[in-house]
Design a protein around this ligand. Structure first.
Ligand SMILES: Cc1cc2nc3c(=O)[nH]c(=O)nc-3n(C[C@H](O)[C@H](O)[C@H](O)COP(=O)(O)OP(=O)(O)OC[C@H]3O[C@@H](n4cnc5c(N)ncnc54)[C@H](O)[C@@H]3O)c2cc1C
Length: 322
């Protein structure tokens, strides 16, 4: 958890917390949702385990106005903005969730209990990397997945693409836009004839075999291809995107899948099929970069506020009619 962004809810773990909205996850999506809610004068509590997906990367790119900022600095700034509007934070992990009347009760790892009328799920996803020894050591640096996040930083370099999933076939083309020196390591994957033709035209090298290990040093990797050492400066992988959605499942929610991974299905604005629960960011959209996650968080916060307004207005009318 981040030590620099201390919780401003009492440190007494025996004290329960009540709020209009609990935001689960304090990454780009959760913080943006918290700002939108707090600016609507909602009592909002953000519970954050402090492990944003892009933490291994040194810098974040394609973030308009904050290009190249370190991921944790970006979130610290977002936290300060949310806190400035009255959002409260708990550096903790939610481990249980159940429906409690019209709202929800969440159990946190610390033992604390948090109740809220609505939930915004912004817990992100876990990148499951191909099972190749040595790979994780370089993840977020010389081992990368996203041409828009860090492709520019490896432009012109000797780039390998680990072809363990069908989407790697397209990754090879994406990175060829950034470098003339791209090698696709194909493992249990057929290269369709048309794609092979494109590779030949573009000068993409295809090597067949099993990548047994990745070693070397950052920027100077050694790929062990069936015992042969192949040197690359960067290695592209295609992770399986595993939604951090245990709490959604506990509430009866069902995940959707596509060839890239799993996610919480949502409607425009982030509403899920579980009444009272919205989802935003990578937990709902594995392909969303920071800007898209931020946008989804704002939209979900706005939608939740609208939902609470409607509920309160109806309750007032019903009370007046008694
Ligand atoms: C290596 C790497 C580099 C990247 N670089 C870029 C880039 O340069 N530009 C860009 O636009 N995008 C980049 N991305 C994508 C970016 O990381 C995502 O778009 C962004 O993190 C999604 O935000 P999020 O809020 O949905 O999830 P996250 O940022 O992952 O935040 C989710 C938060 O929820 C917390 N959480 C999870 N479960 C719980 C729980 N049960 N209780 C409490 N808290 C919980 C987590 O600890 C985490 O703090 C990169 C991704 C990776 C993997």
């Amino acid at each position: 958890m981040n030590a620099d962004v201390s919780a401003d809810v009492s440190a007494d773990v025996s004290a329960d917390v009540n709020a209009d909205v609990v935001v689960l996850g304090g990454g780009a999506a959760g913080l943006a949702g918290a700002v939108a809610l707090a600016r609507s004068l909602r009592d909002v509590v953000v519970v954050d385990a402090g492990e944003p997906r892009n933490a291994p990367a040194g810098h974040a790119h394609n973030v308009l106005g904050r290009e190249g900022t370190a991921p944790l600095d970006l979130l610290a700034a977002g936290r300060a903005e949310a806190r400035g509007y009255g959002a409260r934070f708990l550096d903790d992990r939610a481990v249980t969730a159940h429906r409690d009347g019209t709202g929800f009760t969440l159990g946190l790892l610390s033992g604390r209990v948090v109740r809220a009328r609505r939930l915004l799920l912004a817990t992100g996803l876990a990148d499951e990397l191909p099972d190749v020894p040595g790979l994780r050591r370089f993840w977020g640096g010389s081992v990368l997945h996203c041409p828009f996040c860090h492709g520019y930083e490896v432009r012109g370099q000797r780039i390998g693409v680990l072809g363990s999933r069908p989407s790697a076939l397209h990754q090879a083309l994406m990175f060829r836009q950034l470098s003339p020196d791209v090698t696709l390591f194909v493992q249990d994957l057929d290269v369709p004839a048309e794609t092979a033709q494109q590779y030949r035209a573009l000068g993409i090298t295809v090597r067949e075999g099993t990548v047994r290990r990745v070693g070397g040093t950052p920027g100077d990797l050694v790929v062990d291809l069936d015992g042969e050492d192949v040197g690359v400066q960067a290695l592209v992988v295609t992770p399986y995107y595993r939604a951090r959605a245990d709490l959604f499942r506990q509430l009866g929610g069902q995940l959707a899948t596509n060839p890239m991974g799993e996610f919480v299905p949502t409607r425009p604005g982030g509403a899920t099929d579980v009444p009272g629960v919205w989802a935003a960011g990578n937990v709902a959209d594995p392909g969303a970069m920071l800007a898209a996650s931020t946008g989804a968080g704002v939209m979900a916060g706005a939608a939740i506020n609208g939902d609470l307004i409607t509920e309160d207005a109806r309750a007032l009318v019903a009370r007046a009619a008694v």
